[in-house]
Design a protein around this ligand. Structure first.
Ligand code: 5AD
Ligand code: SF4
Length: 437
């Protein structure tokens, strides 16, 4: 009888790709097939996120539900970033969990499956050259990891502690994976890394010097590949060479994620982001000067310790100046093993909520204004999803989600589409699923 795997993925796009790797390994080597029915699963996996506190709390409530509903003899495994940072504590708190597998140990999934109470969470483990089996949720768009880990030390961020130090995947492997995805029908690839434009800083073995700009050039030589997207680049590494390649390479989609985090140079310093408000605005100006059609999205944290009203005003000021097409905004959430956790000048909850609402309201006004510009314009759309009610949706080069009436014949196809109606349900910039950083 085939064994059934139920997998729930929380968090960012890297977690989604890790889940695809897990499914690939378990189906090729262990004969599992995936199921959406928890009760019939022989193996239940939860791929976790730890970037903020909420998803961690969610883990233990989810585990309780899984344990109640699972069929007799089914195993439960915890993977991902929370697995990395809580390790065996997970088994202590939820003794029915069979194994814990860290975000940097994905290739060991078939090993831990057979070891009762295994905890594999080594953040120095190097799987940058591991040849994973192949599985993709969508044949149209291929997520491809280009690096693992993160070398930055942003003071609020737990990621370097859960995914370890940054190692780039050799460019030849990335190109090969992209070629394969394209042969299997993907016209678009989505490159993933915690800090993609730091690509090439360190490889696991001897490797020629290849930076992110050069990687983009090499990938765009793949003939049938039509679109390249990536996330997340770091504003600190946005040099002119990178921005100019972004603008001039027709295969690179004109949507840039620029995680601001804060508009205050003082807060940015406390966050150890490595740039100032002026640098960020200068990079936006450079980008828009060479690529006026670019859409820009960002991540913002409000109420970081020590953030004064003036600091927050600086964030609003950057919002007004840049007019981001999309924002992902969060209240600061103290995380274990981070530097900021020890900062005592915290911002009270009411102020944090007020700032988040103010920021989001300002952004809604900006987007409402920007959305009007789309009416009547024609965009080339790559269709990826079949929705209910005979709508097919896809994205423009600059990341607008566009829906048309249609059938699955449109999937994996490009069409020129004229925008006739605007609404949050019809035109909205793509959610990056979740973020990388
Ligand atoms: N608190 C709130 N937001 C955070 N992020 C990362 N760490 C924290 C934290 N401790 C946000 C950042 C990052 C995004 C993925 O999550 O904005 O870019
Ligand atoms: Fe790395 Fe991004 Fe976290 Fe900074 S916010 S440490 S760049 S993962």
């Amino acid at each position: 009888m085939t064994k059934k795997l139920f997998i729930e993925t929380l968090g960012c796009a890297m977690n989604s790709r890790d889940s695809e790797h897990i499914i690939a390994e378990l189906s090729e080597k262990e004969g599992f097939v995936t199921t959406d029915d928890l009760k019939s699963a022989d193996l239940i996996l939860i791929n976790t996120c730890s970037v903020r506190e909420k998803p961690v709390a969610k883990l233990f409530s989810e585990l309780g539900v899984f344990n109640k509903k699972k069929k007799e003899g089914a195993k439960i495994g915890v993977c991902g970033c929370t697995a990395s940072h809580l390790g065996e504590e997970i088994i202590k708190r939820a003794p029915y969990v069979s194994f814990v597998l860290g975000a940097r140990n994905v290739s060991k999934i078939t090993e831990v499956l057979h070891k009762e109470k295994a905890v594999e969470v080594d953040i120095n483990y190097d799987e940058s050259e591991f040849a994973f089996n192949d599985f993709r949720t969508s044949p149209y768009k291929a997520y491809i990891n280009i690096s693992i880990g993160c070398d930055k030390s942003c003071t609020y961020c737990i990621v370097p502690k859960t995914r370890g130090e940054e190692v780039s995947i050799p460019d030849s492997l990335i190109v090969k994976e992209a070629q394969k995805a394209v042969e299997n029908g993907a016209k678009e690839i989505f490159l993933l890394g915690q800090n993609v434009n730091n690509y090439g800083r360190r490889f696991s073995g001897e490797h020629e010097k290849v930076n992110f700009t050069e990687l983009l050039r090499r990938l765009s030589n793949i003939e049938k590949l039509q679109r390249i997207r990536f996330t997340s680049p770091h504003p600190f590494h946005m040099d002119d060479e990178f921005i100019e390649e972004f603008a001039s390479n027709p295969k690179i989609c004109k949507s840039m994620h620029m995680p601001l985090q804060s508009g205050s140079s003082k807060v940015l310093k406390d966050m150890k982001r490595g740039y100032t408000k002026e640098w960020f605005l200068n990079r936006v100006e450079k980008l828009r000067s060479v690529c006026p059609e670019v859409s820009i999205s960002t991540d913002i944290i409000v109420a970081f310790p020590g953030e004064s009203d003036e600091d927050f005003e600086d964030t609003l000021d950057v919002m007004k100046k840049v007019k981001f097409d999309q924002i992902f905004s969060f209240k600061y959430s103290p995380r274990p093993e981070t530097e900021a956790r020890h900062y005592t000048n915290t911002v009270d909850e009411d102020t944090a909520s007020y700032r988040l609402t103010t920021l989001q309201n300002l952004h809604t006004d900006i987007v409402d204004e920007k959305n009007k510009e789309y009416l009547g314009k024609v965009y080339s759309v790559y269709f990826e999803d079949l929705n209910k009610d005979y709508f097919v949706s896809g994205r423009s080069d600059n990341n607008i989600v566009i829906k048309v009436k249609g059938s699955d014949e449109l999937l994996g196809e490009f069409r020129d589409v004229k925008i006739t109606e605007i609404g949050r349900a019809h035109v909205e910039l793509q959610s990056r699923g979740h973020l990388v950083c």
